[in-house]
Design a protein around this ligand. Structure first.
Ligand SMILES: C[S@@+](CC[C@H](N)C(=O)[O-])C[C@H]1O[C@@H](n2cnc3c(N)ncnc32)[C@H](O)[C@@H]1O
Length: 292
């Protein structure tokens, strides 16, 4: 009897939610894709609801996370890239304009099927380059056989495995399982794992971000134990990865000049901005390599 590999399909709707947030930024194809999926008015609707500091910081947070992965990729000159749990994020469509890149874009089957249609539409309307080096494939990240098969599609050379917005849904055992799969693949192929999901636990309630998420969002995060799934500190994350055979190759910095949504802070009073600057970082993006 084969054991059923768990998936976390209840998380999938968040992919659309993230796209709507990113539609207010200059992240490649976010606005265009949101227009196709939700209609042009939806973007106006989200913008009209950017009335609180928390909601503005939410957009900044997600844009910063996205840009940090691009920055990480530019730190390692690797052309074979696999993104897992990519949702409605179109980094692959952007990066594949470099013909030397082979990009495998993956998520659960129900997402990747829909995304494939959108990718074709975006490519037809907005890309003046071929996208035959972009492969859309279904992948449940806990399925190591499927993962290994996909990696074998890459031409020779090291690989970069990339993800954002997924590890916070997994408990420690599930995170260990993913580490084991990625460790095995990197030990065969060489390369790096870029993850933007290094979230530490919040120290206390933070009034600035109280309305970062609406009630529905807060309930979703609670049900998915997102806060419990974080480690206490960045040091605890480092120790966790060390136990799984990884070390930090590089921590990635992202400059505010890269963040288009910073413009939404223009009307925020100076003292509030100072308060925001003083807040301790809650998330980091790391490039990991396996221990030699
Ligand atoms: C919060 S979204 C993040 C999407 C995208 N990375 C982003 O930042 O916009 C989480 C994604 O994980 C995907 N997912 C859930 N369970 C998964 C699994 N077992 N394997 C791979 N992806 C999964 C969901 O379908 C969803 O697209």
């Amino acid at each position: 009897m084969t054991m059923k590999i768990p998936s976390f399909d209840s998380i999938s709707p968040t992919a659309k939610y993230l796209l709507l947030n990113k539609a207010l930024t200059t992240i490649p194809f976010a606005k265009e894709a949101a227009g196709i999926i939700f209609g042009e008015n939806s973007i106006k609707y989200v913008q009209e609801r950017l009335t609180s500091l928390g909601s503005i910081l939410r957009i900044l947070h997600f844009e910063m996370r996205y840009r940090s992965v691009d920055n990480a990729l530019s730190n390692i000159d690797i052309k074979n890239i696999l993104e897992f749990s990519s949702g409605f994020s179109f980094r692959g469509l952007d990066i594949c304009k470099d013909p030397g890149v082979c990009y495998i874009d993956t998520d659960l089957p129900q997402i990747i099927e829909k995304k494939n249609i959108i990718i074709q539409e975006l490519s037809k309307r907005f890309c003046n380059y071929p996208i035959d080096n972009l492969f859309m494939r279904a992948l449940n990240i806990l399925d190591d056989n499927a993962f290994t098969k996909l990696i074998s599609l890459f031409p020779a050379g090291p690989i970069a495995i990339v993800n954002e917005g997924f590890l916070m849904y997994l408990d420690e055992g599930q995170k260990q399982k993913i580490c084991k799969i990625i460790y095995n693949l990197l030990s065969i192929r060489g390369g790096y794992w870029i993850t933007a999901d290094i979230y530490r636990k919040k120290n206390k309630e933070d009034p600035i971000i109280e309305d970062f998420f609406d009630d529905h969002g807060k309930q979703f995060l609670k049900e998915h134990r997102v806060d419990e799934n974080r480690f206490e500190s960045f040091e605890a994350w480092e120790a966790f990865f060390k136990n799984c055979g990884f070390e930090i190759y590089k921590k990635i910095e992202t400059s505010s000049s890269q963040i288009s949504s910073i413009k939404f802070l223009a009307k925020v009073p100076r003292d509030k901005l100072e308060e925001i600057k003083r807040r301790k970082r809650i998330r980091e993006t790391w490039i990991l390599k396996i221990n030699d």
